[in-house]
Design a protein around this ligand. Structure first.
Ligand code: AMP
Length: 620
């Protein structure tokens, strides 16, 4: 039974203080900011009345310009005008070079490979700084609108963004003076805008077709939380392809197949795009080009788009296959991106999935609106019953392995709920128990991470080292509750614990842990390499010493003392040596024990075959 709230007669119910939260769609071509206006979340326009801010930044003699003003410099000053910076976030210089498409910028070669920066007249500018300029314009737009400082922002990222790309998006937002409440996957934001999070459980396709790229995401809604089951797409498919097909059609139709000058090409391109746009609202449109006039119908355009439409459905088919789902398992399809305004695209999607796609929101704004709704929930303006709380893991979760090392099982920023498993094995012959130490953090050594709990798996049948198969599963549920279980696969022996990884960790502590992981990255790699070298050395010495105890009689005393000397040298190096020295000495010990190992193997075989003539074995 619910408790009744008792109140003084006539007293006003206490008002929850409304915080100022925004959602930001930081796009490759355009970016938007949305917030609550009256009772609904809407995107905010610039002073010129435009909601879309072109994601272009110009570093000029008279300062930095963003958006439409920056676009004017695309041709005049392309080396100082940055477009599509989203594609550079979280990438190294060599990854950027591998893009395969032309970028007019020069990258600062003085910086390490992992740290690309564009050389502009303002000096070397990192991608996060460029993104921060775009975000700053949106922040100011929102703050001017409400005359208040922003309390928190939800920023959207593509579902396929990796950890580095997500981190840089967050760093850019912080650089722009925004408090990031959460990064939200773009398809999830679109589904939230349509209120699908509050609906029944099921699978949702988010179909995002822009100018140059196509992304399909398959989300599953269970227990009020979205999970990305599969993503697919084509980075070279979009409205631009349709413009091209329409230009070719016009040229064929008007016999303009031979060379035409640049000016005519530009006019033709603009004409094609405008015809395509108008055909989204009219059944047929007339056109005039030079001395030609004509008519094109919606059906004719659909006929021209056969190949791109087919490519779209085959991506959808692949995404379904990857998630092992059927078309009938899809409950809703959400349309995102300017090109989903095309009736041909909508019809193709409706035919393929057998349901009408959701199109009532402006496909350019739907992601920002979803982010704005989520931001409202996260600052506490709405109760979480009115919108789901999606969460990601703030720090990686893993376990301790030999040598004080951390094996990461679930990387940070993974959306929850999530389950991941990995197999481990025993280190010693006859080992019957395994101690499992669960840790949280980004560093390589256990001592630099946060311990979350320990438990033991007992009752493993005695086996030779490395034979037992222990499957350790990490499961984080929607509330951030982690349970870890371990099972020896051949016998089914099992043990488990439950821990709460994200609780009790202040954002500042998380930040501190991330900072220290970045600062110590190189030192940590060296420590890891040293620890791994030590573990390998100890493992080899243990085997060699056990063999000497058992079978020293197989070798002559000289060989035995050589092996013992190498062991002694290695033991000393374990205390004072570098990882390279230990690795070298381990290899040396390995080499001097090769003939001993062969002799032992021969003796073992002879023992096994005792009583049988070699001939009888060979002839079998
Ligand atoms: P986006 O990358 O999401 O901004 O989408 C840009 C693409 O949407 C461009 O190829 C535009 O030509 C296309 N687009 C915008 N409006 C329409 C429309 N009314 N009909 C067809 N395509 C459109």
């Amino acid at each position: 039974m619910a408790l009744l709230q008792i109140q003084e007669p006539g007293a006003k119910p206490p008002q929850r203080e409304q915080k100022f939260a925004v959602g930001i769609d930081l796009g490759t071509t355009n970016s938007l900011v949305a917030t609550k206006v009256g009772s609904v979340v809407e995107t905010l326009p610039s002073d010129d009345g435009e909601d879309l801010l072109q994601s272009i930044v110009h570093y000029g003699d008279d300062g930095i310009k963003v958006g439409r003003e920056a676009r004017d410099f695309l041709v005049k000053d392309n080396k100082n005008t940055v477009v599509s910076v989203k594609r550079l976030l979280g990438k190294s210089q060599s990854e950027i070079r591998e893009f395969g498409y032309y970028l007019p910028y020069k990258f600062d070669a003085q910086l390490p490979d992992g740290d690309p920066a564009i050389i502009t007249r303002h000096g070397s500018i990192r991608p996060i700084q460029v993104s921060a300029e775009i975000l700053s314009v949106l922040r100011k737009r929102a703050e001017n609108f409400s005359d208040k400082e922003i309390d928190g922002a939800v920023i959207t990222v593509p579902a396929y963004f990796n950890d580095a790309q997500r981190q840089q998006t967050k760093d850019a937002a912080e650089l722009a003076g925004l408090k990031v409440l959460r990064l939200l996957n773009e398809p999830t934001a679109a589904a939230v805008a349509y209120g699908l999070d509050a609906g029944a459980e099921g699978n949702v396709i988010v179909f995002d077709l822009g100018g140059g790229t196509f992304d399909v995401s398959l989300l599953s809604l269970r227990g009020g939380v979205f999970q990305v089951l599969a993503t697919g797409g084509d980075t070279n498919l979009g409205g631009d392809d349709i413009d091209r097909l329409l230009q070719e059609w016009l040229r064929r139709k008007e016999g303009l197949l031979s060379d035409i000058d640049d000016k005519a090409v530009t006019t033709l391109n603009l004409l094609a795009t405008s015809l395509k746009h108008r055909l989204s609202f009219e059944e047929s449109v007339e056109y005039a080009f030079d001395s030609f006039t004509g008519v094109i119908t919606r059906d004719e355009l659909k006929g021209l788009c056969k190949t791109p439409l087919k490519r779209m459905t085959s991506v959808c088919r692949k995404v379904l296959r990857d998630a092992q789902l059927e078309i009938s398992d899809i409950k809703e399809v959400v349309m995102v991106g300017g090109s989903t305004r095309m009736p041909a695209v909508r019809e193709t999607v409706a035919d393929f999935f057998g349901i009408s796609p959701l199109v009532s929101f402006d496909p350019d704004k739907v992601v920002a609106i979803g982010a704005g709704i989520q931001a409202e929930v996260l600052v506490g303006n709405r109760s979480s019953d009115e919108g789901l709380l999606l969460d990601v893991i703030p720090l990686s979760l893993g376990l301790e392995t030999m040598g004080n090392l951390v094996e990461k099982i679930i990387p940070r920023n993974t959306t929850i709920p999530v389950t991941r498993a990995q197999e481990f094995t025993t280190y010693k012959d006859g080992q019957t128990a395994l101690s499992i130490h669960v840790v949280q953090g980004e560093r390589e050594l256990v001592s630099d991470c946060r311990s979350l709990g320990r438990f033991e798996l007992r009752g493993i049948p005695p086996m030779v080292a490395g034979v037992a198969k222990v499957r350790v599963s990490f499961q984080v549920d929607a509330d951030g509750l982690l349970s870890v279980s371990a099972e020896e696969v051949s016998t089914g022996v099992k043990a488990e614990i439950a821990v709460k990884p994200s609780y009790g960790l202040q954002a500042s502590v998380v930040e501190e842990m991330l900072k220290s992981s970045r600062e110590n990255a190189i030192k940590d790699m060296e420590s890891r390499s040293l620890s791994e070298a030590r573990v390998d050395a100890e493992r080899l010495m243990e085997v060699v010493k056990a063999a000497l105890l058992e079978d020293a009689g197989l070798i002559d005393p000289k060989e035995k003392s050589l092996i013992e000397n190498k062991c002694e040298l290695l033991t000393n190096l374990l205390r004072v040596g570098t990882s390279a020295e230990i690795k070298q000495a381990t290899e040396d010990l390995n080499l001097v024990t090769v003939s001993f190992a062969n002799l032992r193997m021969d003796a073992q075989i002879a023992k096994t075959l005792h009583g049988e003539s070699i001939d009888s074995i060979v002839s079998e």
